[in-house]
Design a protein around this ligand. Structure first.
Ligand SMILES: Nc1nc2c(ncn2[C@@H]2O[C@H](COP(=O)(O)OP(=O)(O)OP(=O)(O)O)[C@@H](O)[C@H]2O)c(=O)[nH]1
Ligand SMILES: [Mg+2]
Length: 225
């Protein structure tokens, strides 16, 4: 079972992009599940997803959507046993850390008879709020960017050219290895690229040494910094 994370800070456009990506993947014939990790009290995402007719049940074309109940690894295991999707698209909470989620996903292997494959970790970066992100939540944004395989400069339909360039530069500085593309769920830009990446590519399994190395680069060695 393949697990695809669409990460990004609060409000970066994850849910909107996930819905577009799921539509496209279903058109391509894949059986898809969505897991939303919503830590908030008011569950805006579930409402949004319900408005699209995807409430925790199979719909035409084969998609199931559920909110995390219990632990993430149990959710994945039970999704596998009950629905057996080709790909699980995960929208982590806006403050989740990608490598931690990879590890949690792999825990599910012991709970169901399956192997987890990771799609490339995709992080969305909101180009319309780049200044705010750098000022207010730089560390978290940096972690999400550093741990990504691919970053999408998002909302390019409503960001200025200068802000798009600034966002790209920030991503390149924080993670020189990341592939960078543009996305707009408004115009559909980047959605096909995201789907191609999810379907065709595989990202590394969780590796504590790599996580330590990422944290060392970012925080100078203290894992709890
Ligand atoms: N202009 C523009 N606005 C967008 C785009 N994608 C999302 N938005 C808007 O950005 C806001 C947040 O979008 P969401 O998809 O809810 O973002 P999210 O990352 O899921 O948010 P949380 O789950 O709360 O962290 C909404 O008002 C969307 O309509 C885009 O491509 N362009
Ligand atoms: Mg959301």
């Amino acid at each position: 079972m393949k697990v695809s994370q669409i990460a990004g800070f609060l409000g970066s456009g994850k849910t909107t992009a996930v819905m577009k990506i799921v539509d496209e993947l279903m058109k391509r014939g894949y059986k898809i599940a969505i897991v939303v990790n919503d830590v908030g009290e008011i569950n805006v995402d579930a409402k949004f997803i319900e408005a699209h007719g995807l409430k925790a049940k199979e719909i035409a074309g084969g998609c199931i959507c559920c909110q995390i109940a219990g632990t993430f690894s149990e959710t994945l295991a039970s999704l596998h046993d009950s629905f057996n999707p080709d790909i699980v698209i995960v929208e982590p909470s806006g403050v989740a850390i990608p490598w931690g989620l990879k590890r949690a996903a792999e825990y599910s292997e012991a709970k169901a008879d399956m192997i987890i494959e990771h799609a490339p970790v995709i992080t969305l970066v909101d180009a319309t709020r780049v200044d705010l992100l750098v000022k207010a939540v730089k560390r978290l944004v940096e972690t999400q960017i550093r741990e990504a395989d691919v970053c999408f400069v998002n909302k390019v339909d409503s960001a200025s050219a200068a802000d798009i360039a600034k966002t790209e530069k920030m991503i390149k500085e924080m993670n020189p290895k990341a592939e960078v593309y543009h996305m707009s769920s408004e115009t559909g830009r980047g959605i096909d690229i995201a789907c191609d990446l999810i379907v065709n590519r595989i990202s590394a399994r969780y590796d504590e040494a790599i996580e330590e190395e990422l944290l060392r680069k970012q925080y100078g060695g203290r894992k709890d910094a």
